[in-house]
Design a protein around this ligand. Structure first.
Ligand SMILES: Nc1ncnc2c1ncn2[C@@H]1O[C@H](COP(=O)(O)OP(=O)(O)OP(=O)(O)O)[C@@H](O)[C@H]1O
Ligand SMILES: [Mg+2]
Length: 310
């Protein structure tokens, strides 16, 4: 990852064509205005990925996967372990090539950074101080060093890290390092934020605090977000939509609009409708998790290994 911000070219010629099509259809009497208004920020069509490092046993990780994510939408992906969530996010980020299919990113170019990516494993530079970790991406965008450091400190303040601005990452806890990674990703004000289980390794209290912080930040300044989580609660609190994936090879099983209006408050978690919606999501996901578990059990019994029981 380069400084948390991944830049990938937009296919401007296609964008122009689609815009022209949209303008043409807008001029057509009787055309549904919602069709005209909808422009996917991220469009994923027929994407597959097979890993063939072991050519005798290629792994079909993903696909066919189709999904459109609207501009400003907060889309949460949930699915059983190994169903290809991280692979999909890496494909969208341009870090992994799809074996088949197309990804289209409609970046407007209004922000210096089309993408930021936050991974689970606090991927920040160990040789840079906390504030330099955050300011570095801004400098890459062309911001002057002093302005970048000022902005970096403002983001560190938001993340409750102002007292650690000059510290090195190895002196921080895991949760603090992850907050640095998040500050770094948000400081560049990306058009699209890609997050792969960013809070998974944090303790429950910190996780909830950071969920609430991300909720506030997103509500103040809507970006397009693709967010992977194993927590249905997290997906409901944060997302506009929860997309449930099948077990590997991952496809879209079902997509649920989250029925709770914004701005959302942390107390949302306590209302009965929250639990009802969560149960509905679990009803969709459960079969896929069971399918995944039966696969592991099968593999374990073939080898005599107890695998999943450990
Ligand atoms: N670089 C790679 N080489 C070979 N196989 C890979 C590679 N990356 C992923 N895979 C395989 O692809 C499948 C999907 O992996 P992926 O990491 O995308 O799953 P995931 O849904 O993110 O899982 P988890 O929820 O456990 O993070 C797995 O079977 C994994 O072993
Ligand atoms: Mg993953």
């Amino acid at each position: 990852m380069r400084g948390g911000a991944l830049v990938r070219p937009t296919r401007h010629s296609e964008l122009r064509d689609r815009r022209a099509d949209a303008e043409d259809s807008a001029a057509t009497p009787g055309h549904d205005s919602r069709d005209r208004a909808f422009r996917a920020k991220i469009s994923i069509s027929g994407v597959h990925r097979t890993f063939a490092a072991d050519t005798a046993n290629p792994v079909h990780a993903l696909g066919p996967f189709d999904l459109d994510i609207a501009d400003g939408e907060f889309a949460c992906l949930v699915g059983p372990s190994g169903c290809g969530k991280s692979t999909l996010l890496r494909i969208v980020a341009g870090l992994v090539r799809p074996s088949e299919g197309e990804i289209e990113i409609n970046a407007s170019g209004s922000s210096g950074a089309p993408f930021s990516v936050v991974f689970q494993d606090y991927s920040i530079y160990p040789w840079k101080t906390v504030e330099r970790n955050v300011s570095y991406g801004l400098e890459i965008q062309g911001m002057r060093k002093k302005a970048a450091l000022d902005k970096s400190r403002r983001w560190l303040e938001k993340m409750g890290l102002e007292d650690f601005a000059r510290a090195y990452p190895d002196t921080l806890s895991g949760g603090m390092r992850q907050r640095v990674a998040i500050a770094r990703a948000l400081a560049v004000e990306p058009e699209i934020l890609l997050m792969d289980e960013p809070f998974a390794a944090l303790d429950a209290q910190l996780r909830q605090l950071l969920q609430d912080e991300l909720l506030n930040i997103w509500q103040a300044d809507q970006r397009t977000v693709l967010f992977i989580t194993h927590s249905l609660e997290e997906a409901i609190v944060l997302g506009d939509r929860v997309i449930v994936m099948t077990s590997r090879p991952g496809r879209v099983l079902e997509s649920f609009e989250v029925p709770f209006p914004r701005p959302r408050q942390p107390e949302l978690r306590d209302i009965p409708e929250f639990s009802t919606f969560k149960a509905m999501l679990w009803g969709s996901l459960k079969g896929e998790v069971e399918h995944y578990l039966s696969g592991i059990r099968g593999a374990a019994s073939e080898t005599g290994d107890k695998g999943w029981e450990r």
